[in-house]
Ligand binder design. Sequence first.
Ligand code: SF4
Length: 295
Amino acid sequence: MPAAIAARVDAPQVPRTLSLEITYGCNLVCGHCYAESAPGLGHGTMSLGDWYALIDLAASVGVARVQLIGGEAALHPDLPALVRHALGANLGVEVYTNLTFVTDTLWEVYGLPGVSVATSYYSPEPAAHDQATGRRGSHAKTRANIVKAVELGLTLRVAVIETASEADAAAAEAELRVLGVTRVGRDRVRSFGRAAAGAPDPAGLCGHCGTTRAAILPDGKLVPCGMGRWLSGGNVRDTPLDQLLAGEQWRTALAAVPAPRAACKPDDDSCKPKLDGGDCPPAEQQACQPDWNRR
Ligand code: SF4
């Protein structure tokens, strides 16, 4: 085992950020979706009580923040309750949503102190954006809610994914900045999930997966990152999170994750390329956003 990997695996740590994938379902069908989310896939087997218990335990063992995501997190009827529970546990909260629909209740939740919102955007051209999401009209809805989020003064970051061309992504970023979005990141499509060309390749992971961050899937599976979802560290419905993080299965999963690039320091601004406002590739990956609570 390479020394850099061995050092990390020998000293498993509590991730600062824990992504909670609260649903498999999504109203969109993006061709690049690493979770392969789609309408009608359901919210998995984690009950509300399971999520509450996990959040409480995560906070008690040193997790600093959670990210609520899916699929489309806003499809889960208990999203507001989960946000409030995490805040009550003194955790920072990010809701990652496609922003195609926001109820009055969700706008209220998104504006709570300690809550931030993140979304993805693909092109200033409606047809190109809708091509990426697989849903006509999605561009108009997401763009309108980005504008509203800015008007409301919400803490917002937007990830631009190069689904069409680099020029298109650059134009999208420029448009977002004109709209008043200050935290804009860029990334390319990663070869995972629906965008995968063959078996998943750990080399596509940023290397911080499983150490500074980890994710829990809707069935309770602990994984290093939403992209590295085939690397299981066990299931929080069977074993408490802190025991999983100290377990042999987690060590084995981490051993498959490549070492971070030397230049990549997720806790400062030297992390290049600047993705999602200061991230490591794969920037768009929900579990890989080291600074999203420092805005
Ligand atoms: S990338 Fe996000 S918005 Fe698109 S299908 Fe997947 S979960 Fe839904």
